[in-house]
Design a protein around this ligand. Structure first.
Ligand code: ADQ
Length: 465
C-alpha cells in the first residue's frame, strides 16, 4: 500500500475538537486506522521562517509550518474565512471581495506546496482537504509532482451564479483540474460543480468524468460520516459519558432537554433557532417549565467581525428569552460558549429528548449524526434537522425543517415533544442503520479506492490516447 499524505489547514489529533471543527474530528477518525503523513499549518504565526517541522504522533507523522502575521490575515482570516467560507455558504452579503486576500491565499498555497514537495515519495497518495487549499494541487503539479492527488470539499459548492460573483473564480476552478479526483459532500454539490464547468467554463461531463481546461478528472459525491459504532459505544458505556448524562438528568429534575451543539458560526442559524424556541414558548404554553434548551456554541474565528457581532446578538437574545419566560426554578435556555470533551458531549446528547440542528447552510453536519448515534435505542430522542444541511439527504427520517421559518421550527419542536415511543424507535432505527453503513471508514475507503485504483487507470488511458 502506498503512503497516504493528508493535507489540511489544521493538523493532527486535536485537543480542542470544537474549535478545530468537523474536519479535524473526521480526519482523526479516518487516519487512526491507516497512518501516514499529515501536513498543514501549525496553528502558530511566526515572522521568522522556521521551515517545516516533522514529528511522530503514534502511527502518524505530523508535518507543520507556521504562517506569518500577514499570511494569517490575508490567507486564513482573509480569503478563506471572509471570502470563500461566506460565499460558499451563500452569504454574499458577508463576503469580502478583496484581491489582496486572493494574492495572499495563492502565496500560502504555493508556500505550503513547496514545503511538502521535498518530503514526497514517488508512489505517495496525496489527499488534500477543504476550501483553504483549493489551489494546492495546481501548485504541486507546477513543481513537477506526478502522484495521484485527490481533493475533498467539506463545505457546500455554491451555484454557478453565486460563484461567479468572485473575481477570481475562473482561476480557482481551473486549479481544481490539477487534481485527479474531486469529492463533494452531496450529489447536489456535485451537480452545481458540473453545472459551473459546463455553463461557465465550456467543459463537458460524462458520468463522473468531467473534462475542462484540457484535462479529464473524476468528480463524485462522498458524503462524510462519523465513527458511528464507536460513538454509540462511547455514549452508552464510557464512564465520563454516563456521569455527564446523570448530571444532566439530575439538574433537569424531570424536565425534558433539547440540545444544539455548533461552532459559533453564522451559517449555523443560531439567532433563528433562539427565535424559534421563543415562538414555541409563546405558542405552546405547555412547554413552559417543561422543556430546557441547552445550546453549546464554543467561539470560533473570533478575529472576524461578523463572528463578534453574532455573538453579541445571541447574548442579547438569550438574555431576553430567559428574562421574559424564566421562573425562579426554571431557566428556559442554557447557553454555553465553551468546548466539551467528546465523551461529555456524548452523554449530553444521550440525555436530550430532542436534537435541534438547524443550520442555514451546512456541508454535512456531523453533530446531527453524533446526536443520533448517542441515543438509547430503547428510548431514543428525536432529531430536527435543517433541509439545508448536507446530512438531510442521508437522514430522511429526521424531522426536516426550513430554518428560516421560525413558526415551522417551533411546530416541529412541539411535534417532537409528543412523538410516540413507537415512532421515535422506528425513525431512530432507520437513521442509525444508515449511519452505521455510511460511516467515516466507508467515506475514507471509497474516496481512497477511487483515487488509488480508478484514477491511475484513467490517467494511463489519457496518456495513451
Ligand atoms: P463544522 O462546521 O465544524 O464542520 P460539524 O460537521 O457539525 O461542523 O462538526 C463539528 C464537530 O465539532 C463535531 O464533531 C462536534 O462534536 C464538534 N464540536 C462542536 N461543538 C463542540 C463542543 N462544544 N465541544 C466539543 N466538540 C464540539 C465542517 C463543515 C461541515 C462538515 C464537517 C466535516 O462545515 O458541514 O460536516 O466539516 O466534513
Amino acid at each position: 500500500m502506498s503512503r497516504l499524505v493528508i493535507v489540511s489547514n489544521r493538523v493532527g489529533p486535536v485537543r480542542d475538537a470544537a474549535r478545530a471543527g468537523g474536519l479535524a474530528v473526521a480526519l482523526v477518525d479516518a487516519l487512526r486506522a491507516r497512518g501516514g503523513l499529515w501536513y498543514g499549518w501549525s496553528g502558530d504565526t511566526n515572522n521568522q521562517s522556521a521551515g517545516v517541522k516533522v514529528e511522530q504522533a503514534g502511527p502518524l507523522q505530523l508535518a507543520t509550518a507556521d504562517l506569518t502575521e500577514d499570511e494569517y490575515d490575508d490567507y486564513y482570516n482573509g480569503f478563506a474565512n471572509r471570502c470563500l467560507w461566506p460565499l460558499f455558504h451563500y452569504r454574499i452579503d458577508l463576503t469580502a471581495f478583496d484581491r489582496r486576500y486572493y494574492e495572499g491565499y495563492r502565496r500560502v498555497n504555493a508556500k505550503f506546496a513547496s514545503g511538502l514537495f521535498p518530503l514526497l515519495r514517488e508512489d505517495d497518495t496525496i489527499w488534500v482537504h477543504d476550501y483553504h487549499f483549493l489551489a494546492f494541487g495546481n501548485e504541486l503539479r507546477q513543481m513537477g509532482a506526478e502522484q495521484a492527488i485527490g481533493f475533498f470539499l467539506h463545505i457546500p459548492f455554491p451555484s454557478p451564479e453565486v460563484l461567479a460573483t468572485l473575481p477570481n473564480h475562473d482561476a480557482l476552478v481551473r486549479g481544481l483540474f490539477a487534481y485527479d479526483v474531486l469529492g463533494f459532500q452531496t450529489s447536489r454539490d456535485l451537480e452545481r460543480f458540473c453545472d459551473f464547468v459546463v455553463r461557465e467554463a465550456g467543459g463537458h461531463v460524462e458520468g463522473d468524468r468531467v473534462t475542462c481546461f484540457g484535462r479529464t478528472i473524476i468528480a463524485r459525491a462522498f458524503p462524510i460520516g462519523i465513527d458511528t459504532e464507536g460513538f454509540a459505544k462511547m455514549a452508552a458505556e464510557s464512564e465520563d459519558a454516563r456521569r455527564q448524562q446523570e448530571k444532566a438528568v439530575r439538574s433537569l429534575r424531570g424536565r425534558a432537554q433539547m440540545i444544539g451543539v455548533d461552532r459559533l458560526d453564522y451559517t449555523k442559524g443560531l439567532p433563528e433557532r433562539f427565535q424559534a424556541f421563543e415562538r414555541l414558548l409563546d405558542d405552546y404554553p405547555d412547554a413552559r417549565g417543561e422543556l430546557v434548551y441547552l445550546q453549546i456554541a464554543p467561539t470560533s474565528r473570533g478575529d472576524v467581525q461578523a463572528y463578534r457581532e453574532m455573538r453579541q446578538e445571541l447574548e442579547g437574545l438569550s438574555g431576553h428569552i430567559n428574562g421574559q419566560y424564566g421562573e425562579f426554578d426554571w431557566t428556559p435556555l442554557r447557553y454555553i460558549n465553551r468546548a466539551f470533551a467528546r465523551r461529555s458531549l456524548a452523554g449530553l446528547y444521550r440525555a436530550s429528548k430532542i436534537g435541534l440542528i438547524t443550520p442555514l447552510r451546512d456541508g454535512m453536519n456531523l453533530v446531527a449524526k453524533e446526536y443520533v448515534a448517542a441515543q438509547n435505542p430503547e428510548d431514543p430522542g428525536v432529531l430536527i434537522l435543517s433541509r439545508f444541511a448536507g446530512a438531510i439527504y442521508q437522514m430522511p427520517e429526521a424531522i426536516a425543517v426550513n430554518p428560516y421559518d421560525i413558526k415551522e421550527v417551533a411546530d416541529a419542536i412541539q411535534n417532537a415533544r409528543y412523538m410516540s415511543l413507537e415512532e421515535r424507535q422506528e425513525r431512530f432505527q432507520a437513521l442509525f442503520d444508515g449511519l452505521k453503513r455510511d460511516d467515516v471508514a466507508y467515506w475514507r475507503d471509497s474516496f481512497l479506492a477511487t483515487l488509488e485504483h480508478e484514477a491511475p487507470m484513467h490517467r494511463n488511458t489519457e496518456r495513451s490516447a
